[in-house]
Design a protein around this ligand. Structure first.
Ligand code: OGA
Ligand code: MN
Length: 295
């Protein structure tokens, strides 16, 4: 309170609106200009929409790197990345050519295109990120969509015996699994030292909504622990396969100056690599979470 007796203080109501982009997850946000600082009411409205819709889309936002960083900071501290490059002079803005930082060339295309790219960001960390805020920088003429999946819906539809089985299980997550082959052996050894194997629950409870989410992903999860190896391998393959079902997904077709903001605790995403030899560049700001995933 400002203690200013005799004056009423008016809080400008938020103009932020959210229009669902599909039945499962995703909403388009209107009534906000990310080139300007946001009011508390706007930030609260965006935060609420993120929890409800899990991924938000903003259009016609020709923002600077500073605007991008300022927007991210409303939701938490920001982090860099041990492998993916950043924009010169902006360590918090990752510069992503093709999916997850791998530069595509004719030589790596036959490896990169068939690789399954469904993932939650940075689950090799003890505390994986809260969210990612991605902006289109260089758009191919067609293609280069990003697909998002709702990991609460995936969990909710699992057969009850599978739900019961995985509720108490942990899985191992490994940075080398995805980044190992594209760095030198020396860098890989350093990454292993800096990022020892971590375990996370196979099912995590969202710290804000309380919803349960499937929390294994193709890119970083190396194995499920506590089961005979054959059973663990089959169970992980089964769970990862569920993420591929279109019923749980929405597919975002980018425009210039579009921005996507996903709740990294509630979703997986997949950058579709269908546009080569055209190029695609996106930039990501990564919002840190404050606690480890828990059941
Ligand atoms: C990311 C990512 C996919 C894409 O930035 O974390 O996975 O479509 N991007 O660019
Ligand atoms: Mn990603």
């Amino acid at each position: 309170m400002d203690g200013n007796i005799g004056h009423r203080s008016y809080v400008k109501p938020s103009q932020v609106g959210a229009k669902p982009t599909g039945p499962m997850l995703g909403a388009e946000i209107t009534g906000v200009d990310l080139r300007e600082p946001l009011s508390e009411a706007d930030v609260a409205a965006i935060r609420a929409a993120l929890l409800k819709y899990k991924v938000l889309f903003f259009h016609d936002q020709d923002i600077s790197h500073e605007d991008h960083v300022r927007f991210g900071r409303y939701f938490g501290d920001l982090e860099g990345h041990p492998v993916t490059a950043h924009v010169p002079g902006a360590p918090e803005v990752l510069f992503i050519e093709a999916a997850d930082g791998m530069k595509i060339t004719d030589k790596v295309l036959p490896i990169a295109r068939p690789a399954n790219k469904w993932h939650t960001d940075v689950t090799f960390r003890e505390i994986p990120s809260l969210g990612g805020i991605l902006r289109m920088r260089k758009r191919p003429p067609t293609g280069g969509d990003t697909i998002f999946a709702d990991t609460a819906a995936i969990y909710a539809d699992l057969p009850p015996d599978v739900q019961e089985k995985i509720e108490t299980l942990d899985a191992e997550h490994d940075i080398i699994r995805s980044y190992g082959y594209r760095v030198t052996p020396e860098k890989a050894a350093q990454l292993r030292k800096d990022y020892p194997l971590v375990t996370h629950p196979v099912v995590r409870r969202h710290p804000e909504t309380g919803e349960r989410h499937l929390f294994v992903n193709h890119v970083f999860t190396s194995r499920i622990l506590g089961l005979p190896e054959d059973e663990a391998t089959a169970l992980l393959a089964y769970l990862l396969d569920r993420v591929k079902a279109p019923e749980y997904q929405m597919r975002f077709r980018w425009n210039d100056h579009a921005i996507a903001f996903w709740d990294n605790r509630a979703t997986q995403h997949y950058g579709v690599l269908d546009y080569w030899p055209h190029e695609r560049v996106v930039e990501r700001v990564t919002v840190m979470d404050t606690e480890r995933p828990r059941r």
